[in-house]
Write a protein that binds this ligand. Structure first.
Ligand SMILES: [Zn+2]
Length: 247
């Protein structure tokens, strides 16, 4: 006689980039094990691969693909799935940034804090728009970077750290539609080289406008405050992204 099959409950969540609510199930022990193992290994590529796998397994609605989700929605999806799988509370151990407290003294003190996943929200900038007007007649519709695109940036920061070439690549990848007067050009119909030429032909002002799109797009940020048990220093930090919440 075969063993009984355990029914998994399903839940619904909303993601910014998808219009209808998505039905999902919690992850199963085998999936949690994969995720934990990837995290213990500390290999970012493995963690990304595993996170995407879990989202694709657990999101039951048609048309949800972890490869296509913007990074912020992918993070939210994973956190929501986790909260229904192992609970809403995450225990984290936090230290000072770069081993120095806010008085600039070296301290390796670690503090245990708890975060309730239901407190986490995407930070949305009021002036953010996917539609960017470049001239009176030319405008662009952008799309959000996926997790793969981020990992190719190799931790580069759109504000400061990225090389010009990386920035160009990301911008080129995220152009969705170009409007010129009555004409509409979908990026899918044009080669990467053509889009690259277009980006290269922008003025610095116009290029800045594209950068603002990335600086203001939704992000998973969470402010925390704690007092270090070793030096008694009060610290404020902003947690940002999956690594901070899970590792
Ligand atoms: Zn300390």
């Amino acid at each position: 006689m075969s063993l009984p099959v355990i029914d998994t409950p399903t839940f619904e969540m909303n993601l910014l980039s998808i219009k209808d609510p998505i039905t999902y199930r919690p992850f199963l022990v085998k999936e949690e094990k994969l995720l934990l193992m990837a995290m213990e290994g500390g290999d970012q590529a493995e963690v990304i691969k595993c996170s995407k796998q879990i989202i694709n397994n657990c999101c039951l609605s048609e048309g949800v693909s972890a490869d296509k989700l913007p990074l912020f929605d992918l993070q939210m999806a994973l956190l929501q799935i986790r909260s229904k799988s192992v609970g809403e509370i995450i225990d984290l151990t936090i230290g000072h940034l770069e081993g120095k407290n806010s008085n600039e003294e070296e301290c390796d003190g670690r503090t245990k804090i708890q975060i309730n996943l239901s407190d986490l929200n995407l930070t949305e900038h009021p002036d953010h728009s996917k539609h960017i007007k470049l001239t009176d007649t030319i405008s662009i519709e952008m799309k959000y970077p996926t997790m793969d695109l981020y990992s190719r940036m190799d931790g580069a920061n759109i504000d400061s750290g990225s090389t010009v070439e990386e920035l160009f690549n990301v911008i080129t990848d995220c152009i969705n539609i170009i409007y010129s007067g009555e004409e509409v050009f979908s990026a899918d119909d044009h080669s990467r080289e053509e889009i690259n030429d277009f980006v290269n032909s922008l003025s610095s002002d116009q290029f800045e406008k594209l950068k603002v799109f990335f600086q203001t797009m939704p992000a998973l940020l969470h402010n925390i405050e704690f007092t270090c048990p070793k030096c008694n220093c009060q610290e404020k930090q902003t947690l940002n992204g999956l690594g901070d919440f899970f590792l």
